[in-house]
Design a protein around this ligand. Structure first.
Ligand code: SF4
Length: 223
């Protein structure tokens, strides 16, 4: 059912890699099934397949124009040749940002020398993780967070908020959890934007009310 492949390239973005002109490499396949998955077609139905050589050929034409490459998906760390791809991209002089659900800490560990930025999804509290992601990968997420906290790589933690899935109490529990971890970087909350297709029929999310968030030492950003 899963195809863990490189399935597309967005040649240019100014929005997905902080302060970096980048392209996006899209990976198909995921080990979660989040109720609000924004990339359903790509995650479960993409038949397209690009080789590492095709990516390298594309990047050769972008030297001097792009500064970085974003790995996005799907879940990029499931791609079997992610280490080889990262090594090649880095040797060409590009910076790399990884967007990840954190389910493969051992892969992130091996990728760390090649990564310039990581965006780590914090899907939910431990209790709600199975319901929201349809996976039992919470402990893996926590391992990835601990790994990033102990590394020197720039990273951010981010949560997609949908009022049917997470309560303000849940968000406040998640803030407590990050405080206990002594997470000092910015914590982004991304209110869910209604999509045409999603895995579970979800009613429209209620607008996120920042005033219901607890006072925190964390730097919290709303996207
Ligand atoms: S981790 Fe991301 S790509 Fe995977 S199912 Fe969840 S939202 Fe979709």
């Amino acid at each position: 059912m899963h195809n863990y492949n490189i399935c597309d390239i967005t040649p240019f973005t100014l929005q997905d890699f902080p302060d970096t002109i980048a392209c996006i490499i899209w990976f198909s396949g995921c080990n979660m099934l989040c109720s609000y998955c924004h990339n359903l077609d790509l995650v479960y139905e993409s038949e397209k397949r690009l080789s590492i050589e095709e990516v390298v050929t594309f990047l050769q034409t972008r030297k001097g124009k792009l500064e970085g490459v974003v790995f996005c998906g799907g879940e990029p760390t499931l791609y079997p040749e992610i280490l080889e791809l990262s090594q090649k991209i880095k040797s060409m002089g590009f910076k790399i940002k990884l967007d990840t659900n954190g389910s493969k800490p051992e892969v992130i560990h091996d990728l760390l020398p090649y990564l310039d930025f990581v965006a780590l999804d914090f899907k939910s509290t431990e209790l709600k993780f199975l319901e929201i992601t349809h996976s039992k990968l919470y402990s893996k997420f926590e391992e990835s967070l601990d790994l990033l906290l102990s590394s020197s790589v720039e990273f951010e933690v981010r949560t997609t908020y949908h009022s049917e899935l997470l309560s303000y109490e849940n968000i406040n529990e998640m803030i407590n959890f990050l405080e206990k971890k002594e997470y000092k970087k910015r914590y982004f909350i991304q209110p869910y934007i209604t999509q045409l297709r999603f895995i579970k029929e979800l009613p429209k999310s209620v607008v996120f009310d920042v005033s219901k968030i607890k006072l925190s030492t964390l730097k919290i950003g709303i996207r």
